[in-house]
Design a protein around this ligand. Structure first.
Ligand SMILES: Cc1cc2nc3c(=O)[nH]c(=O)nc-3n(C[C@H](O)[C@H](O)[C@H](O)COP(=O)(O)O)c2cc1C
Length: 172
């Protein structure tokens, strides 16, 4: 199996992170990988907000937790978040963002950085408590967050999950 296929095969969602900080070089490589995802009509409609500050991550977690009624909500205490956003008017924003999310997670894994997709923001970006924090982070008011990548070094590598059967049909 080549390196790329092996990286795809071995990536797992990580939900427990160490205190170790992701070096800036790795942060930049991960974000660059996001920008190299495919996008509809090459519009590159996404926008990425990198939050590499634990206090600010906690602030957003508290705002989201309050909105969804989950006390102690914490994104699994990662070292960094990447908010993957697109303008709400963009018809392909969600799909483009999904491609970028996958690039982020695979690039991170290739560098030994764990990640998990966090999905709680997308329906509540306009709620005042959440919006206030997003404004502080410079997320444009016209944007929807389609995915949040929580990133950091894994406490332990999660086990491989069995793949569902019957999801592929070959027509020859
Ligand atoms: C669209 C999407 C939303 C997800 N939302 C969450 C989430 O909110 N919280 C979470 O812990 N994992 C979330 N995940 C991660 C999935 O639970 C995970 O990918 C799945 O269980 C398969 O495990 P694996 O990533 O280790 O292969 C999400 C994944 C996707 C693709």
């Amino acid at each position: 199996m080549n390196e790329v296929l092996n990286n795809i095969r071995t990536r797992r969602s990580v939900r427990s992170f160490t205190e170790k900080r992701i070096p800036q070089e790795a942060v930049e490589a991960i974000v660059e990988a996001a920008t190299y995802a495919p996008s509809a009509m090459n519009r590159q409609s996404w926008h990425f907000t990198v939050v590499h500050n634990r206090e600010k991550i906690q602030k957003l977690a508290e705002a989201i937790g309050q909105q969804i009624g989950r006390e102690g909500y914490d994104f699994y205490k990662p070292d960094m978040l990447i908010l993957v956003e697109a303008d709400r008017e963009n018809q392909n924003g969600q799909l483009d963002s999904g491609c970028a999310m996958e690039n982020i997670m695979l690039a991170a894994h290739s560098l030994g950085v764990g990640s998990v997709w966090v999905n709680q923001a997308k329906g509540i970006c306009d709620e005042p408590g959440v919006r206030k924090v997003l404004d502080e982070f410079g997320v444009p008011a016209t944007h929807v967050i389609w995915g949040i990548a929580a990133l950091g070094y894994a406490v332990e590598q999660p086990e491989e999950k069995p793949r569902a059967e019957g999801t592929v049909n070959f027509v020859e």
